[in-house]
Ligand binder design. Structure first.
Ligand SMILES: O=C(O)CCC(=O)C(=O)O
Ligand SMILES: [Fe+2]
Length: 249
């Protein structure tokens, strides 16, 4: 008997999450990203897909690295970076989301007077990352228990960075965990920081600015610095999957 590998176990659920992307109102998502630097895709994954993806955490062979956040001063909790080849659900969602977001990323870079333009297909962007010495996969699963939190941060792993990233909440607030809200902070030049708490449910995907984003001011476009994190989990276990589009050095 042969054991099913990660890809065959995730495959039955694959068409649903990726196909659902095509049914979303991308004009609305784009305007949320432009105005607020974030957008929520409600219920992109169903409960079974969330359990399946969260269940991969126990399979050490799927990961290249395990991080205890407290050891690095990142907060409390743990996460694991997937190894290549990624489970198929993760790989296909990463590529499909990238293809939707790339026009926004290129428009943002133009507005911020950043020279870099991103290719249409994720595979070509990964080739650019790899040629620049950023070879290691960055998609990850995060696990938090009561008392854990994730300090405000950015996920930059080299010179090449995509300006948007995604996180999928895999457990239901109020049922599987209490607290543990996903937060975004926005640091405007010479102003105080603004924060936003994202009211996510299990299966929701949040897309957010990973580094800087352009903001229309009265005297033109300026650049704000974004950070994200997770407030303290008060009870239960919170699981999330992060989809970062650039690879790491
Ligand atoms: O656990 C979360 O919701 C945040 C995860 C995170 O920092 C990331 O995906 O980059
Ligand atoms: Fe992060």
């Amino acid at each position: 008997m042969t054991m099913p590998d990660a890809s065959s176990r995730t495959e039955p659920f694959l068409p649903t999450a990726v196909t659902r992307l095509a049914t979303l109102d991308w004009q609305h998502i784009e305007s949320d990203l432009d105005i607020r630097g974030m957008a929520i895709l409600p219920g992109l994954l169903d409960e079974g897909e969330c359990r399946l993806l969260g269940g991969l955490y126990a399979r050490r062979e799927l990961f290249r690295r395990h991080i205890e956040m407290a050891r690095h001063g990142f907060g409390h909790g743990e996460y694991r970076y997937f190894a290549y080849p990624l489970p198929r659900l993760v790989a296909e969602l990463r590529a499909a989301l990238y293809a939707r977001l790339v026009p926004i990323a290129n428009r943002w870079n133009l507005a911020m007077r950043q020279e870099r333009r991103y290719p249409r297909q994720h595979v070509d962007f990964l080739a650019e990352c790899h040629a620049a010495g950023q070879h290691r996969p960055t998609p990850l699963l995060l696990r938090y228990h009561a008392g854990d939190n994730n300090c405000l941060h950015q996920d930059l792993y080299g010179d090449l960075a995509f300006p948007l990233q995604a996180v999928i909440l895999l457990t239901e607030p109020g049922q599987e965990h209490e607290g543990g809200e996903f937060v975004l902070s926005e640091q405007r030049p010479r102003r105080q920081s603004r924060v936003e708490v994202l009211p996510l449910h299990r299966g929701d995907v949040a897309i957010f600015a990973s580094h800087h984003r352009p903001v229309q001011g009265t005297r033109g476009i300026y650049r704000v610095k974004m950070r994200h994190g997770v407030s303290q989990v008060r009870a239960g276990q919170r699981l999330a999957a992060g989809l970062i589009f650039h690879d790491a050095e």
